[in-house]
Design a protein around this ligand. Structure first.
Ligand code: 9D3
Length: 248
């Protein structure tokens, strides 16, 4: 899969491809990152990429021409059928189902904006889809582009090991993770739950699933609503709530 990122800060976005899981995927040729900088397509002496908003108001707006030329160049770097996705707080929220849809594509052009916004005509003319990370204010689209690249790359065949891949489509799908523990057995006056030391793998799996249900119910009831629990799951959740002394 080929990513082409249009950004005023290519060195920032490149970082995602230089470490960890994404770094390994790039080394192994499973995915690639390419960059186009609108500043390289600015034709004036000052290499201007932004200007004041029509109608007045604070901040600057990303200009059409340099960004459009950079997008056109980025499209040359990815296969036919690769959409142009703009990272913007006004977009649809990025989630795992969007990541899965992107992972099935041959490539992606990611447009990361800076300033107060991007000239709307650029979005009309060149952008297929608008994506946000959620309702908080970032300084630009670069960190959002990095999040998309990371989440999508993890879904590409051969990127994760067998164990990690199996975990991704496990039965805990759609729930928060269970709590995790490692050595020592006792630290800061806190002990590892005894069931995890029991060696009873069926009982451990049951306990983990109960924890995942219970934590999801307490922290993310929207996830529980979406799942529509069957009787067995409901009983396990009831057991969790009973043990934690919660009223239902
Ligand atoms: C405080 C400025 N806002 C005035 C209403 C508008 C605004 C413009 C540009 C807010 C943020 C940005 C820069 N952000 C992004 O480009 C961005 C983003 C985000 O801020 N939050 C979540 N996801 C994303 S994706 C791109």
């Amino acid at each position: 899969m080929n990513f082409a990122i249009v950004t005023l800060f290519p060195e920032l976005v490149a970082q995602v491809g230089e470490h960890g899981v994404v770094g390994r995927a790039a080394e192994r040729g499973i995915m690639s990152l390419g960059f186009e900088n609108p500043r390289d397509y600015a034709e004036d002496a000052h290499r201007t990429v932004d200007d004041r908003p029509y109608g007045g108001g604070p901040g600057m707006v990303m200009k059409y021409e340099p960004a459009a030329a950079a997008i056109d160049a980025a499209r040359e770097r990815v296969p036919e059928g690769s959409p142009v996705v703009c990272l913007t707080p006004a977009g649809a929220t990025f989630d795992q189902s969007v990541a899965r849809r992107y992972a099935a594509l041959p490539g992606l052009v990611l447009l990361a904006g800076r300033y107060e916004g991007i000239d709307e005509r650029l979005i009309e003319a060149k952008v297929d889809e608008e994506i946000s990370l959620g309702d908080y204010v970032l300084s630009g689209g670069e960190i959002a582009a990095m999040a998309v690249i990371d989440a999508v790359t993890r879904l590409l065949p051969g990127v994760l090991g067998d164990a990690e891949s199996a975990e991704q489509d496990s039965f805990m799908d759609g729930l928060l993770d269970c709590p995790h523990y490692t050595r020592p057995e006792s630290v800061a006056g806190r002990d590892v739950p005894a069931v995890l030391l029991s060696g009873d793998h069926a009982e451990i799996a049951r306990w983990r699933y109960m924890q995942a249900l219970g934590r999801s119910f307490e922290r993310r009831p929207d996830l529980i609503d979406k799942l529509e629990l069957d009787r067995e799951q409901r009983a396990l959740l009831d057991e969790y709530l009973e043990e934690s002394g919660t009223d239902k």
